[in-house]
Design a protein around this ligand. Structure first.
Ligand code: DQQ
Length: 590
C-alpha cells in the first residue's frame, strides 16, 4: 500500500529496487536516445541528471501564471477533479531530471484554478502491477462522492495494464495519500483478448450507463487502426472487456489519452460524464502518438443499444480533424467542475526548446491555462475560454480607443507588462473587396500560415498583434488573421501563429501554426484574446473557436525588453473596434 513518497516502507523500497533495476537495465541497454513504443523520447543517460540551474530562481522563461512544477520534466495532466471544494491536478513528472523518465503522479491542489500548492507525489511505482511505471489516467467521482483513480501501470514484463488507487482518507480534502489494491491490475492484456500489450494505456474517467454498469475506455491500436477499447464493470473492480471498441479509426495509429464526455446542445454549461439524453451530444478526443497532435469528433453515443460512439456524418478522423488547440498542446483531459457546472480542459504544452536547453534551465513542459469548453451553437465544433478566475490576476488596464489601422501600418501598445499580459481585442473589416481568392489546396491552415508569414503582404490581412517583440522587431511572435474570398460568396478566415522570428536562438522549434475560423467577417467582428506569459503565447480567436498555443524562447524580448505591437500588413484597412491589455500578476504556482 502506498504511504508517503519519501517513506521507507517495504512497498517503496521495492519501488526503489525496481527503479534501480530499470537503471541497471538501461545501463545494459546502453546510453543514447531511444524511441520506445511508449510515446516519449527516452534519453536514458539524462533521466536522472541533476539540472545545472536553480529553477526556483527568477528565470526569464519560467511562467508567472501557467502551471508548472518547481523543477524537472512534466507531461500529461492526470486525474483532474474537484473534491470537497478543492481542485486537484496530478501530472506525469520526473522527480529526477528535465527529460521524460522515472514517471510518477505529482500532485497539486488549488482553491481557484490559479494559485496552486504542491504535495508529495500521489502515485508512484509500489507494487508489481506498476513496478516499471505509473502512467496516465483519470479520476472518477463515485456516487458516494469518493474519488478513485484509474491509471496505467507498467508491469515487470513491461506490459501496459490498468490499475486502481483509492484515497487513504476520504475525509482529507487534499487527498494526500493514495492506496492501491493487491487486486491490481484490473485490466490486462491476455492471450485471448487480442490486446497489444505495448499499446494499451490511459484510462478515461468512467461513466455509468442506463444498466447501472460502469464503462471506461482505454487507448490502443491494432496495426495502424487507433481504437478506444471499452470495458464494463458492476463494482469498479471487476472489469469485462466489451466485444467492440467504443470507436476506432483506420490509419490513425496509437490513440493516447482518449477523453470521452457529453456536451449539452442547448447550453454552454458542462455535464457530468455520465449524463446522456436527447439534448446531449458526445465528444471523443484522442492524442495521436504518431504525430503528437490531437483531434476530436462530435457524435452520438447510445449506451443502451450497441454501446458504440458514432461521429457525426462528415467528421474528419486523424490530424486533419478538429483540434482543441492547433499549436503545442497534447495529452489533454477534461473534467466536470460540479461546483460551477462547467467542463474544464487541461492540456500539456510540450516544449520547443532543445533537450540541452531543458537540462540547463532545469525543467521542461507546462500546462495550458485551464479552459472552459462547450459545444458551439452551430453544433459543429467546441469553443473554449480561459477560466474566469484567471481575470483576477489582471491589473493596470490599458485601453486603445477605436482606431483605423491602415494597410501597411503598425503601432506599439505600451503601459503594461508586455512579457506577462492578457490582451483582448477585436477587428472589423468594413470593406472586403481586396480579399484574395482562397486557394483550395490549402487544406491545412498550418500550411497556409507557414507559407504566408506575418510579413507577407496580403489583400485583407495579415492583421493582428506581435507579442513578445523586441524593440527593433528582431524577435516577435505574431498572431494574426487573413481573410480570403471562398466559394459561394463565403469568406475564409485563417488565424495564424507565426514563430519564425520568435527567438534568435536557432535551436528552438519555430514551426508555424494555423486554424480556420468559422466566423463570417462580413457580419461579425473578429476577436482575439492572447495570454502572454514570458515564454508562452496562448491565443483564442473568434471568441474561442480557434485556439493556438506557442512556446517561444525570445532572447531580447524578455522582461522589460518585451513589447507589443498591433499591425496590419494587408492592402485593405481594418478597424480595431476594441483593444484592452492588462499586466498579469504572478500567481502562486507551487
Ligand atoms: N504519456 C504517458 C502515457 C501517455 C503519454 C507516459 C502521452 O501514459 O500515453 O508518460 O503523452
Amino acid at each position: 500500500m502506498a504511504t508517503s513518497f519519501s517513506s521507507t516502507s517495504s512497498s517503496s523500497s521495492s519501488a526503489i529496487a525496481s527503479l534501480v533495476c530499470v537503471c541497471l537495465l538501461s545501463l545494459l541497454l546502453g546510453h543514447g536516445i531511444l524511441r520506445v513504443e511508449a510515446s516519449h523520447k527516452v534519453y536514458r543517460h539524462l533521466q536522472s541528471s541533476e539540472s545545472l540551474a536553480d529553477s526556483s530562481a527568477d528565470q526569464p522563461y519560467r511562467t508567472a501564471y501557467h502551471f508548472q512544477p518547481p523543477k524537472n520534466w512534466m507531461n500529461d495532466p492526470n486525474g483532474p477533479m474537484i473534491y470537497k471544494g478543492l481542485y486537484h491536478l496530478f501530472y506525469q513528472w520526473n522527480p529526477k531530471g528535465a527529460v521524460w523518465g522515472n514517471i510518477v503522479w505529482a500532485h497539486s491542489t488549488s482553491k481557484d484554478l490559479v494559485n496552486w500548492i504542491p504535495h508529495e507525489p500521489a502515485i508512484y511505482p509500489s507494487q508489481p502491477a506498476d513496478m516499471n511505471g505509473t502512467w496516465s489516467g483519470s479520476a472518477t467521482i463515485l456516487p458516494n462522492g469518493t474519488p478513485v483513480i484509474l491509471y496505467t501501470g507498467i508491469n515487470p514484463a513491461n506490459q501496459q495494464v490498468q490499475n486502481i488507487a483509492f484515497p487513504k482518507k476520504a475525509s482529507d480534502p487534499y487527498l494526500i495519500e493514495w492506496v492501491k489494491t493487491p487486486k491490481n491490475p484490473l485490466m490486462a492484456p491476455t492471450a485471448s483478448n487480442m490486446i497489444n500489450a505495448s499499446s494499451f494505456r490511459d484510462p478515461t474517467t468512467a461513466w455509468v450507463g442506463p444498466d447501472g454498469r460502469w464503462r471506461v475506455i482505454i487507448g490502443s491500436k491494432r496495426g495502424r487502426r487507433g481504437m478506444a477499447i471499452l470495458y464494463r464493470s458492476k463494482d469498479f473492480i471487476h472489469w469485462v472487456k466489451a466485444q467492440h471498441p467504443l470507436h476506432s479509426a483506420p490509419n490513425t495509429g496509437m490513440w493516447e489519452c482518449p477523453d470521452f464526455f457529453p456536451v449539452s446542445t442547448v447550453s454552454p454549461l458542462g455535464l457530468d460524464t455520465s449524463s446522456n439524453g436527447p439534448r446531449v451530444k458526445h465528444v471523443l478526443k484522442v492524442s495521436l502518438d504518431d504525430t503528437r497532435k490531437e483531434y476530436y469528433t462530435i457524435g452520438t453515443y447510445d449506451p443502451s443499444k450497441k454501446d458504440v460512439y458514432t461521429p457525426d456524418a462528415g467528421s474528419v478522423e486523424g490530424d486533419l480533424g478538429l483540434r482543441f488547440d492547433y499549436g503545442k498542446f497534447y495529452a489533454s483531459k477534461t473534467f466536470f467542475d460540479s461546483a460551477k457546472n462547467r467542463r474544464i480542459l487541461w492540456g500539456w504544452i510540450n516544449e520547443s526548446s532543445s533537450v540541452e536547453d531543458d537540462i540547463k534551465k532545469g525543467w521542461s513542459g507546462l500546462q495550458a491555462v485551464p479552459r472552459v469548453i462547450w459545444l458551439d451553437k452551430s453544433g459543429k465544433q467546441l469553443v473554449q475560454w480561459p477560466v474566469m478566475e484567471l481575470e483576477k490576476l489582471r491589473t493596470g488596464r490599458v485601453d486603445v480607443p477605436s482606431k483605423l489601422l491602415r494597410g501597411g501600418s503598425k503601432f506599439e501598445v505600451s503601459g503594461f507588462t508586455a512579457s506577462q499580459a492578457d490582451v483582448e481585442l477585436s477587428f472589423e473589416v468594413k470593406n472586403l473587396d481586396k480579399a484574395e481568392k482562397f486557394d483550395p489546396s490549402w487544406v491545412k491552415a498550418q500550411d497556409l500560415c507557414t507559407q504566408k508569414t506575418a510579413t507577407v503582404k496580403g489583400g485583407i490581412g495579415p492583421f493582428g498583434i506581435m507579442a513578445l517583440a523586441s524593440k527593433g522587431l528582431e524577435e516577435y511572435t505574431a498572431i494574426f488573421f487573413r481573410i480570403f474570398k471562398g466559394t459561394n460568396n463565403k469568406y475564409v478566415v485563417a488565424m495564424c501563429s507565426d514563430q519564425t522570428k520568435s527567438s534568435l536562438n536557432n535551436s528552438t522549434d519555430k514551426a508555424n501554426y494555423g486554424a480556420f475560423l468559422d466566423v463570417d467577417p462580413a457580419k461579425e467582428k473578429l476577436s482575439l484574446r492572447t495570454l502572454i506569459d514570458r515564454s508562452i503565447v496562448e491565443s483564442f480567436g473568434g471568441e474561442g473557436k480557434g485556439c493556438i498555443t506557442a512556446r517561444v524562447y525570445p532572447t531580447k524580448a524578455i522582461g522589460d525588453g518585451a513589447h507589443l505591437y498591433a499591425f496590419n500588413y494587408g492592402a485593405g484597412d481594418v478597424l480595431i473596434s476594441s483593444f484592452s491589455a492588462w499586466s498579469m500578476k504572478k500567481a502562486q504556482i507551487n
